[in-house]
Structures are given as structure tokens and as C-alpha cells.
Design a binder for this molecule. Structure first.
Ligand SMILES: C[S@@+](CC[C@H](N)C(=O)[O-])C[C@H]1O[C@@H](n2cnc3c(N)ncnc32)[C@H](O)[C@@H]1O
Length: 357
């Protein structure tokens, strides 16, 4: 019998390709304007390694005057579960004929009410859609990608601000570690998260403790445990949230090594929000911060872990950011173009790099 031919009488299963159209959330247009379909396409492409087969003919299309992402695939329920987390996913349809769309239920990771992410509003907040994109592409490039849907992963944001990445990590069911130099940000985040947990009547523990090093107060640490239900909390199935008020370039043992699956950072833009040094000095160059911080961040990352960074390319060229990552022994991961305009003074780009496994 010729290789590949089936024995007489054997049942042959063929995987039927379908055509799909993903409706993009209106909020994506608010973040990326007319670049939303391109950015969504680049993000969708990053999901290919975890899908049962890569998406084919991934493209942008306007159907009935609205933007869709279109592709051909034979999606399993797990594939749909993965793609449901695409940061701009609003609704998925199977295209029966070009004009007929059959809804496919999306099943995103959503452990808590969405207001965990949408309530906080403040100057300097990283947009929540974009934060999810950055977390997704970083996770998908890491050795933990196969556990994205069901794993107890740990996400670290080493320039955490008031916690957009941390909240997104909690939403996905993960543990979260934040580092932020500005004590006012830690105070504001603490107030928000504790109020939110109380209002949602979620069982939790919370404590703010000083951390001492060499006899001196080196940092403050907020420790929170939470769970979506009383039973989970009682059974110890809790998520841990830790936020350190500290200089990310001077961690020296403040955080245990090998604690994070991914490190996700929206670097200071070098515009209104500079990178701060503990001495109170302000550097307008995010690369200064990156150069000093990456050697501190590397030990936190587990083997096979990934670092995902976004920054303002108007003040720091992409090649220079990549050089810093390469110089620290990381492998830069190839992604489709995710660069986009934020406003007059900010052009944002994304780079993801992996630590060898
Ligand atoms: C672009 S903001 C991040 C905003 C955050 N993603 C959010 O949505 O709240 C960058 C943050 O880096 C912090 N930062 C700057 N230099 C730092 C340092 N040396 N150590 C720790 N955090 C620093 C700034 O205080 C600022 O909060």
C-alpha cells in the first residue's frame, strides 16, 4: 500500500476547514484608531503556536461597514478558548457563506467582574486593551504558553504603576507581582483593590508591611490573597498579589528568584512620566532604566520565561532596546508589527524576548 493511503474499509477523518470572522471590539478602535485591524491581526498570529493548527489566510475585512479579522481554520473548543482572550475580540462568527455569519460562543478567561480592570482611571494608566495584548504576546512566547488557559502562572510587572497588568493577571486567574517606585501609586492601588474586594464581598487577606535590608527600611510590601469564592479561599485555592514599593533597578534579593513565568512592562514614556531613580532624579530615557533593570529582572524569570516590553520609540529606538535584551542573553522573539501611534508625542512599540529553557 502506498505511504499515506488508508487500508480498505478504514474510516478516514478529515478536518474540515471553516472560514471565520472575528468582530473587533469598538474599544480597539479607540486605542489604535485605524490601525486596530492590523494590530489585532498581529496579535492573533501570535496565538498560532498554541492552536491545534495555525490560522490560515489571516486577514482584515470590512463586513457590513465594520472591522473584522478573518481567517480559515478548523477550530477545536480549546482553540476557541485561546482565541477568546484576544485583547480586541468582541464576537466570533463562522462564515457560512460570505453574507451569513453563525455566532461561536467566546469563552475568555474572566475570573472576576470586568470592572476590576475598567474602574481605575488616572493619568499615566496603560490602556487596558493594550495591557492585555502585551500580556498575551509575552505569555504566548513563553514556555508557559500551553498552560495559559489552565495554569497557575505568575506575572510580574516591574514598573507596575497603579496595577493595570496586575489586575489583568488576576482576571486570568494568575498570581501577580508588582514593583513600583512611586509610593503614591502603591497607596492608590492598595485603596482601589481593597475597596473593590470589599464591595464584591470577595474573601481575602491584605497587609502592608515594611521590608528591611541592612537594618534600614528598603521597601513597603502589599500582600493580598484572594479567591473568587469562599469555598476556594477556605480550600487554599487562592491567588497571591504582591506589590513592592521599590526601585526596580535595585532589587538585590527583595524578590525571590525564579518566581515569574512572564515579566510584562509598559516602560516610562520619557514624556510626562519619566523613569524615576530612588534619589528622586528623573531620567527621560527609558533605555537608561532598561539597561540597569534587565540584569535585576532576569533572575526573577523562570527558565523559558519571557519579557514583554512596550515603550515610546520617539525617545528610544527599537534596535537599542533589542540590543539591551540580547546583551543580557535573551532571545528576541519574532512578532508581526505591533507598533502604533498613541498621541502626538508617543509612538509605542512592543518587543518580546525569551530566557533560554
Ligand atoms: C508607563 S507607567 C506604567 C503604568 C502602569 N502600566 C499602569 O497602568 O498603571 C511607568 C511606571 O514606571 C514607574 N517607574 C519609573 N522608574 C521606576 C523605577 N526605577 N522603579 C520602579 N518603577 C519605576 C513610574 O513611576 C510609572 O508608574
Amino acid at each position: 500500500m502506498a505511504p499515506g493511503a488508508s487500508a480498505p474499509g478504514a474510516i478516514v477523518f478529515t478536518t474540515q476547514m471553516s472560514r471565520y470572522a472575528m468582530l473587533l471590539a469598538p474599544s480597539a478602535n479607540r486605542v489604535y484608531a485605524d490601525q486596530a485591524p492590523r494590530i489585532s491581526r498581529a496579535e492573533a498570529a501570535a496565538f498560532s503556536p498554541v492552536l491545534s493548527a495555525p490560522l490560515e489566510n489571516l486577514d482584515e475585512a470590512e463586513i457590513g461597514g465594520v472591522d473584522y479579522l478573518t481567517f480559515d481554520a478548523s477550530l477545536t473548543p480549546r482553540d476557541v478558548a485561546y482565541l477568546s482572550n484576544l485583547s480586541s475580540a468582541y464576537a466570533l462568527f463562522e462564515r457560512l457563506e460570505d453574507e451569513l455569519l453563525r455566532p461561536v460562543r467566546l469563552t475568555p478567561l474572566a475570573r472576576y467582574d470586568s470592572d476590576l480592570i475598567t474602574i481605575p482611571k488616572y493619568a499615566g494608566k496603560t490602556n487596558e486593551n493594550f495591557t492585555r495584548l502585551l500580556l498575551n504576546v509575552t505569555l504566548l512566547a513563553s514556555a508557559s504558553a500551553p498552560r495559559m488557559l489552565d495554569g497557575h502562572l505568575t506575572v510580574c510587572d516591574p514598573v507596575a504603576g497603579r496595577g493595570t497588568t496586575l489586575n489583568q493577571a488576576l482576571m486570568y486567574g494568575y498570581d501577580a507581582i508588582g514593583i513600583e517606585i512611586d509610593g503614591k501609586d502603591l497607596d492608590a492601588y492598595q485603596l482601589f483593590i481593597k475597596t473593590w474586594l470589599k464591595r464584591k464581598r470577595l474573601k481575602h487577606t491584605a497587609g502592608l508591611v515594611p521590608v528591611r535590608r541592612g537594618g534600614k527600611r528598603a521597601a513597603r510590601r502589599l500582600d493580598i490573597t484572594l479567591a473568587p469564592s469562599k469555598d476556594d479561599h477556605k480550600a487554599g485555592a487562592v491567588q497571591k498579589l504582591t506589590v513592592l514599593e521599590a526601585d526596580t533597578t535595585r532589587l538585590d534579593g527583595l524578590i525571590r528568584a525564579n518566581c515569574a513565568d512572564v515579566l510584562v512592562a509598559d516602560l516610562p514614556y520619557g514624556v510626562a512620566h519619566g523613569s524615576v531613580t530612588e534619589e528622586g532624579g528623573m531620567s527621560r530615557r527609558p533605555l537608561d532604566l532598561l539597561e540597569r533593570a534587565v540584569p535585576q529582572w532576569l533572575p526573577l524569570l523562570r527558565p523559558g520565561g519571557a519579557i514583554g516590553l512596550s515603550w515610546n520609540t520617539k525617545v528610544a529606538k527599537r534596535e537599542l532596546a533589542e540590543d539591551i535584551l540580547l546583551a543580557n542573553g535573551l532571545e528576541v522573539v519574532a512578532l508581526e508589527d505591533l507598533s502604533h501611534r498613541v498621541d502626538q508625542s508617543i509612538e509605542r512599540d512592543v518587543v518580546v524576548a525569551r530566557k533560554s529553557g
